[in-house]
Ligand binder design. Sequence first.
Ligand code: NIG
Ligand code: FE
Length: 412
Amino acid sequence: MRLTIKNIGILAGIDESGRERVMGAEMKNLGTLTNAYLIAEEGKITSYGPMAELPEGRSDEEIDARGGVVMPAFCDSHTHIVYAGSREGEFVDKINGLSYEEIARRGGGILNSADRLHEATEQELYEEAMPRLQQMMASGTGAAEIKSGYGLSTEDELKMLRVIRRMAESSPMTIRATFLGAHAVARNYIGRQSEYVDLICREMIPAVAAEGLADFVDVFCDRGFFTPEETARMLECGAKYGMRPKIHANELAASGGIQVGVQYGALSVDHLEFTGDEEIAVLLGSKTMPTILPGAAFFLGMNYPPARKMIDAGLGVAIASDFNPGSSPSGNMKFILSLACIKLRMNPQEAIHAATQNSAYAMGLQRTHGSITKGKVANLWITEPVSSLEFIPYAYGTSLTAGLVLNGKRVL
Ligand code: NIG
Ligand code: FE
């Protein structure tokens, strides 16, 4: 199977350097080629170059990009898209003045979603979640991480992870699964938090590992949720079963989550609204990717993480949607790109690196996804004809999707 894309206005995200992530000042240098072609064979990128050098030869499929941008499909390294129902009631509560934490303390929030997920069958959850993947694809996403964490019992966590496995098997998107039993303390364990942590270590992690259902382990390490000590225990447990951490940290307070994540070799630490000099120092020199979720700060009206400071200090950062029913009910990575520019003061080239190569790194896909590199999977987002690369985040509410190629095949 050979696919040719011709008349590409700007081919963006080219990187043949072999680097696994893009750090600091390098983030603003995005490899581009104007008036280009790209060829993919058997699902992989095999060549690209100026249109004038387009090789002869027959293709099974040809796409005319009509002057649009072709870039790596977005990698969304942090989502919670398996959930039952929605929580617009809490959205109104927030408009009327309640905070995310107050809603959680009243038994809403994550526990509200857990109650509903408990009632739903695997089939119902699958049917509800698949259209969310479709919405993500419509904004240019080609790979995603999906977390459990609305089960909060062994049985319901397994149910969620089986749904994620089925989604991975039936979608053209590349999917990674994360076990997030420590998203909140289950209702029947309230007041007995340490026993809930025991349950996760003794029963949930071994059961998840026995079915091979998760690539990563996550903990919501934050004020009012799990402490750094509890987080360390669960990460140690996960490590015994080969699950690398990707953790929720410093969304609600300077929780020590970044430090514990780095200490346990987390692939990423995510959220980071409360990040200071000490946390930046800890991240520098580590292999952990700081991942910012600007959709959550936008939706909850919180302060944004200091992305500019992080990049200027030499860190690479990733951005992801956090698509979930409580704090970010959208998986539109193109909008996330705009938020990164507008609210995090990242320039468009930095934001594109954060949403592609660095977000691929944050889910362990850096060798196969996230850049225009010969030999990488041909996951490509094709935009409508645009005047420049900068136009993409600038046109913040406009779709611009003209096509999506996943595994070398056109899916949109
Ligand atoms: O990443 N912060 C913790 N978890 C999710 C929100 C989950 C929910 O409210 O349902 C997040 O924002
Ligand atoms: Fe999250």
